[in-house]
Each structure stands twice: as structure tokens, then as C-alpha cells.
Design a protein around this ligand. Sequence first.
Ligand code: RIB
Ligand code: CA
Length: 315
Amino acid sequence: MSGRPRLIVDCDPGHDDALALVLADVRADLVGITTVGGNAPLIDVTRNALIVSQVYGIDAPVHVGSARPLVAEPRNALEIHGTHGLAGPVLPALERTVASDAAVEWIIETTRADEGIWLVPIGPMTNIAQVLRLAPDVADRIAGVSFMGGSGGVGNHGPVSEFNALVDPEALHVVLTSPIAEVRMAGLDLTHQFVVDDALERDLRAIGDVGGTFAADMIASYLEAMVGRSGRRQGGLHDPCAVLAVTDPDVITSTRRHVGVELRGELTRGMTVVDQRAGDRATNVAHGHTLDHAAARRIMLDAVAARADVTGGGS
Ligand code: RIB
Ligand code: CA
């Protein structure tokens, strides 16, 4: 046993998901990867998870999860991540295959067999909600949930709604109202502090080799999308923050808060309501609010550098 945290990352790659997977595999024991429809349709995010695993030498099995939210109609973010969810880099011919089409069942089986695994959802929470509904006992067997989603401030897909929470707010509600003792939230108010800009692309490209170039090309594409959305070549590196909250908790400062998610509001559906009032109140989440950006950025760059040339292809 390595003593490193054991993670299952549930994702919808997605540029920032891709970097979160590299970080998870370098900084923790990545037990498995599960996919969920989100940034792109399930078939695309699953292919992307396999490609990222191949490019960065990640051996964790990939299990296919939910194609659509619990209740809502599916929605994607193709305008950000591209037509198939991983615009920018030249994608290699796919050599990997999925381990199963039953991510929810696999998570249940794995967390029942091996206590103390962290669930790290960085896409819509559909798979995690289904796990908790089918196997409530899992809540006491996992180390916790560290998720990227919601916001203690502004949204990104609407004034107050963050994408992952907006795609499946019912699923997020299941997690936020579950008995899981340790739930860590990396919302936009935290993840926007992990700045994606030309300097990050430059530093990734300077790593060189296949992995450095692949990451830089993803960031370049992401920055183009940010210009299209906001007119600025800057964004937040969202998903790696949920991994760092487990692997490198000292880079994030959090406060115990009560967090709920709006399910019915015409203007506010998918909004996470973080109760930041003082006072002795029931809490359900460690709300991450301050990031040590320099430290997080160094850890991220070092993780990409550690996997830049696993294919031996060099560039
Ligand atoms: O709002 C940011 C989140 O939505 C990230 O997880 C990104 O990958 C997208 O899924
Ligand atoms: Ca994501």
C-alpha cells in the first residue's frame, strides 16, 4: 500500500478533466476512471478518457457511465471543448478499450471491496448519485467526495449556474443531502483562481515531448474558446482543483458551510447556495475558497512533465 490517497475520478473529458486525470495518476493511486456525459456526449468523453490515458501512460481502467442526467435533458459544452470534447491536440489512433459499460456497478463493487477510496467527480454528478441511490452503504465506506462543481459566486453557464451542477442538479442534490461525512467542493469561486492564460500554455509547451505539447495544444484551444465566450484569453483550470483538494490539501483553504442546490428556480436552477453567514449551523461541505495558485500551478506542471514522454515517442 503506497499510503497515497486512492481515487476514482468520474469525468467528462474535457480539457481540464484531461489535466485532472494526469494529476490524479501522478499524485495518487488512481483506482479507476468512470465517464459521464457532460462536456460532450458519452461516446466522445469516453473516447477522450481512453486517449488521455494512452497519451500520458495512465493504466487505470475506464468504465463507461451515464449518458444522460437523472431528470434533465442532456446538455453539452461543445463551444468550449470542441465538437468531440478534446479540440486542439492531434489525437493519436486509439489503442485502448473500455473495461466495462457499467461504471455505477463497478464503483459500488470496488468501494464495497476496498474501504477508504475517494470519489472525485469532475463532471455532472449523475454516476455518483446513482451509486448512492443503489447502494447507500457506500456513503460510509468511501473516504469522501471531492467534487468540481457549483460556485460560491457567479456561474459560467448562466449568471449563477455552474455547468456540472446545471447539467444534473438533481444528482448534486442527492450527494449534498447524503450522509457522506467528508464532501469537499471546488466551485468556480475557487477554480477561477487557477488561472489559465498564455503563460500557462507557454510553460506547458516548454515541457516539450508528446505530453507537454498535447497539454499546451488543449490549453491553446481552451483559450480560443474563452475569447469567443468572454473576449478575454483567460479562464480557470477547474477540474484539477478537485484532485488537489485530496492529493495536496494544503494548497486549498476551505470553510465548513451548508451548501444546497436550486432545483426549481426559473432563473436559478443549478445554482449552489453556499451559506456563508456566521453562526453555529449544520454544515455538509468543506467549501474551498482560497487557492495557493503558485503551488497548485507548480504541482500541475510537474505532473505533466513527469508524464510528457511515456510513449517514448519524443517530439
Ligand atoms: O464548469 C466547469 C466544469 O464544467 C468543468 O468540470 C469542465 O470540465 C466542465 O465539465
Ligand atoms: Ca469536467
